[in-house]
Design a binder for this molecule. Structure first.
Ligand SMILES: [Zn+2]
Ligand SMILES: [Zn+2]
Length: 259
């Protein structure tokens, strides 16, 4: 199974996941044009995609999904609840919808998608665990708090993508008004570097996690270096030696083979 992050952050999130020649995008928060540009830069053919999985209806996850779906005839994989709120707006007239209900997995040939509901202030938000029966990856971003199901599922992954959104001091001294700061910090907002650090240490306990990618790092309330350093510190303190990477807003990441 291959994972490649094409964009990560509050200006747009797109992740490419491929198993056995079959590929989907998890979220299309960039424009269709920019998503296609990045796919091509990564050597991927947009025509060969099999679908777009939508985690939630915040702009940075859904902005380009409609045009992408209509341009390439791609099914949108989305929960019934979320779809009912976006079918006449951001996802109007998409050619095909693959609806699922929370609690059910979505089998796509050799790929099994398991949505994990999380606390976040969209209509409904899921994180996602994708398995090929042998290996498992997880994408955990836009979660206000680390719930027991999040903890449990994150620990089953071999490749863990997890949000390190903000540094608390930078958020406090940063440009955002108090109300926005409170939203980000709340149980319905985003994980701080410290929350992320604790979560990755917990997730590594069972010994399945082999690589970690920090994601959804804020450009205003964090730096890539700070996120890396903060989470590294938690890993070192816990005597965990696992490769740690940081996904960025403007650069596509190399591909990761989940193993
Ligand atoms: Zn987001
Ligand atoms: Zn969000």
């Amino acid at each position: 199974m291959i994972l490649q992050i094409l964009a990560s952050g509050s200006r747009g999130n797109v992740t490419y996941v491929e198993e056995d020649g079959q590929a989907i995008l998890v979220d299309v928060g960039l424009s269709c044009r920019e998503t296609v540009r990045r796919l091509k830069m990564a050597g991927r053919d947009p025509q060969a995609l099999k679908g777009i999985f939508i985690t939630h209806d915040h702009r940075d996850h859904i902005a380009g999904a409609r045009v992408m779906s209509r341009t390439f005839g791609l099914p949108i994989i989305i929960s019934d609840t979320l779809y009912s709120t976006v079918k006449n707006t951001v996802l109007k007239d998409v050619p095909e919808i693959l609806l699922y209900s929370l609690g059910n997995d979505i089998p796509l040939k050799s790929m099994n998608i398991h949505p994990v509901p999380v606390n976040h202030d969209a209509t409904e938000t899921v994180n996602v665990v994708i398995s090929n029966g042998k290996y498992t990856l997880g994408i955990f971003t836009d979660l206000g708090t680390v719930s027991l199901p999040v903890k449990t599922y994150a620990a089953t992954t071999n490749l863990l993508v997890v949000e390190a959104n903000h540094d608390l001091v930078m958020l406090k001294n940063g440009p955002y008004p108090l109300q926005v700061q409170q939203r980000i910090r709340s149980n319905y907002g985003h994980l701080s570097n410290d929350q992320c650090g604790k979560m990755v240490v917990d997730s590594c306990e069972r010994g399945h996690v082999k690589e970690i990618i920090l994601a959804h790092v804020s450009e205003n309330n964090n730096t890539y270096h700070l996120a890396y350093t903060a989470v590294s510190h938690y890993l070192t303190e816990a005597n965990i030696d696992i490769p740690l990477y940081v996904a960025t807003q403007n650069q596509i990441m190399p591909e990761f083979y989940v193993k």
